[in-house]
Design a protein around this ligand. Structure first.
Ligand code: SAH
Length: 221
């Protein structure tokens, strides 16, 4: 009985924290799309960070998740979800599963997500987290995103959560003809681009400055 009440209190507290995060970090900075704001309410970020960081899970910053990697800042994820212009029927490729938080957000918005991660040790944690939030419309792959998608398939949308020094060609080739990719490029302060292609010509639109961990090239660990 006591346990039940404590769990209920915790739940209420978390819902409050999530609502405050959405209000102060997302809405006030211009995130407008209702379908983006809605998934942040639905997927609890604290379930995707290591235990010792759970108290700061709703802070306005990235947090360490192991293997020198981080779970991205909520605002930057929201911004990229807006730039992706997602539709419910879309098939999405995600490079950099990390904690699986963005995988859960994306999967809540589209038909299917293929997600590829360089570190097996990070992936090991993700299945159980996705199960906890009842996400089943995604597949996780261990691999190197530079090499293109893990499945032989074209995608409506591609999102890259780590920064390459140039746009990986193999990813551009995996876009459907009217597809779109959102990807940071460069070192230090990075340029965020929306990549589209029409009539075989690749278009690159600069939209923002961001900071991500580097996209690693090599044999996946
Ligand atoms: N969206 C994730 C972001 C994690 S940070 C989250 O919010 O948790 C970026 C991730 O990209 C890291 O997990 C890192 O290991 C992964 N990564 C880096 N280089 C990669 C590559 N070449 N292929 C696949 N994943 C890569």
């Amino acid at each position: 009985m006591l346990m039940g009440i404590k769990a209920m209190d915790e739940n209420r507290e978390r819902r409050g924290e999530i609502s405050r995060m959405i209000e102060t970090q997302l809405k006030r900075r211009g995130i407008r799309k209702p379908e983006v704001l809605e998934v942040f309410q639905r997927i609890p970020r604290h379930l995707f960070v290591p235990g010792r960081h759970q108290v700061e899970a709703y802070g306005d910053f990235p947090l360490p998740i192991g293997s020198g990697q981080t779970i991205s800042q909520p605002f930057v994820i929201a911004l990229m979800l807006e730039y992706l212009n997602l539709e419910p029927h879309h098939h999405v490729l995600e490079v950099g599963t990390g904690s699986g938080y963005a995988t859960a957000l994306l999967s809540s918005m589209v038909a299917w997500v293929d997600s590829v991660e360089f570190y097996q040790s990070l992936l090991d944690e993700v299945d159980a987290r996705l199960e906890q939030v009842q996400i089943t419309n995604c597949a996780l792959f261990h691999g190197n995103g530079w090499e293109g998608p893990p499945a032989k398939k074209l995608y409506d949308r591609i999102v890259v959560w780590a920064s390459p020094n140039q746009v990986p060609e193999n990813l551009v080739r995996a876009l459907k003809p009217d597809g779109r990719m959102v990807v940071p490029v460069g070192k230090g302060d990075q340029r965020l681009y929306i990549i589209t292609q029409s009539a075989g010509k690749v278009q690159k639109e600069f939209v923002d400055w961001v900071r991500f961990v580097p996209l690693i090239n090599g044999d996946p660990l």
